[in-house]
Design a protein around this ligand. Structure first.
Ligand code: G3P
Ligand code: MG
Length: 371
């Protein structure tokens, strides 16, 4: 496998997209645009809420002067906690480009595929942000956040009185939510971890209650309802200088405890990168942004992308996923996030390693349009 270094690329003749006439540029480039880009968010384009690595400048280059998309791209993140439409608005504001909701694929986005199975069943959702809102926007009719669900069971969290930050939430909640069913006597049919949990202790306690009782806390053992995780990242890059524990760390904690207190091991399904279906799905979405002259399926039924670039910061998640997905994926690792160290990861080496997302985009545009 070839590993390109950005230093080699820099030795090529410099060019400037800005120096080209916009219209000429677009008409010349469009027919060759058989590539697309998937951007990881945390550690690549943002750190916390701050753009990093020249991400705004890099993204601007993917639009023409009138603001139309010149290169098909989307965000492929294992993060989440708010609906895709809201995340698109947030990203547009932070990055200064117009992002559509369909360009945002979050860890929990594939949960909508489970709608048929759980549409009218009682389900619980946990994680930072608004997990219940995310699921109701996907169409689930009987979803409660774990926060709200726990509030129907007195003393379920024996240390709740020490959690002063929950006081306001609980009183607001009791005014708003009056489901048309008795929460405390209806079985939970599935539990969803949407994003990084906020109160690990409470969540582990209540999820163990739900899962080992067969969906009804306080009852005797029953068959474990399905449990779904939006992603399984052990660590990720947030605003703090070193990596933070992610949903995968929470999964390990829950699983270890559950397996110690229950006779049969925890069963669960994880979504998000590096699962190959995430990359397949990204390919399908990206094909919807292709120039119409190219957006037809080939003889084999596959989409005509010659190359799809995954730009990520996590070798075990972004690079592993792109490598496993195979053709047409090409992996680019940035050093702005989880992987700040050596040249490449020994187990999951990327096709290219660069310092920033801006360098990655620069490389892609040169490679696609000028090689
Ligand atoms: O919670 C976010 C984290 O798990 C990873 O996000 O954008 O790096 O895939 P991202
Ligand atoms: Mg990342």
């Amino acid at each position: 496998m070839t590993v390109y270094r950005i230093s080699q690329i820099k030795n090529k003749a410099p060019f400037s997209f800005q120096s080209l006439q916009a219209s000429r540029f677009f008409s010349q480039l469009q027919p060759k645009c058989s590539f697309g880009i998937a951007f990881d968010i945390d550690g690549v384009v943002l750190r916390g809420r701050f753009p990093i690595g020249g991400s705004s400048r890099a993204l601007t280059r993917l639009y023409d002067d009138s603001g139309s998309l010149k290169v098909p791209f989307l965000f492929l993140t294992n993060g989440g906690g708010i609906p895709e439409s809201r995340r698109a608005l947030e990203l547009s504001e932070l990055l200064g480009v117009n992002i559509l909701p369909s360009q945002v694929v979050q860890g929990h986005s594939p949960f909508k595929n489970l709608l048929k199975r759980f549409e009218n069943e009682l389900i619980v959702a946990t994680g930072k942000g608004e997990p219940a809102l995310v699921m109701s926007e996907y169409g689930f009719k009987k979803v409660l956040s774990l926060d709200e669900y726990a509030s129907y069971f007195e003393n379920i969290d024996p240390v709740s009185q020490y959690k002063t930050w929950t006081t306001e939430q609980v009183s607001t909640r009791s005014c708003h939510s009056v489901p048309g069913y008795i929460v405390s006597s209806e079985r939970v049919k599935a539990a969803f971890v949407i994003s990084d949990p906020v109160d690990w202790g409470r969540d582990i306690q209540v999820l163990c209650d739900i899962l080992r009782s067969g969906g009804l806390p306080g009852r005797i053992n029953g068959h474990q309802p399905p449990l779904y995780f939006a992603a399984d990242d052990l660590e990720y890059q947030a605003a703090f200088p070193s990596e933070r524990l992610g949903m995968g760390a929470f999964r390990i904690a829950l699983e270890s405890i559950f397996n110690r207190i229950h006779h049969s091991p925890l069963e669960y399904v994880t979504f998000g990168k590096p699962n190959p279906f995430v990359f397949k799905n990204a390919e399908t979405i990206l094909s919807q942004f292709m120039p119409s002259c190219l957006a037809t399926k080939g003889d084999t039924g596959s989409y005509p992308f010659k190359t799809l670039y995954m730009i990520g910061d996590n070798p075990m998640v972004d690079i592993k996923g792109a490598r496993q997905a195979g053709h047409p994926w090409f992996s680019i690792l940035t050093r702005t996030g989880v992987f700040k160290g050596a040249d490449n990861h020994p187990e999951f080496p990327a096709d290219l390693v660069v310092d920033t997302v801006e360098e990655a985009v620069d490389y892609i545009l040169k490679r696609e349009f000028y090689s």
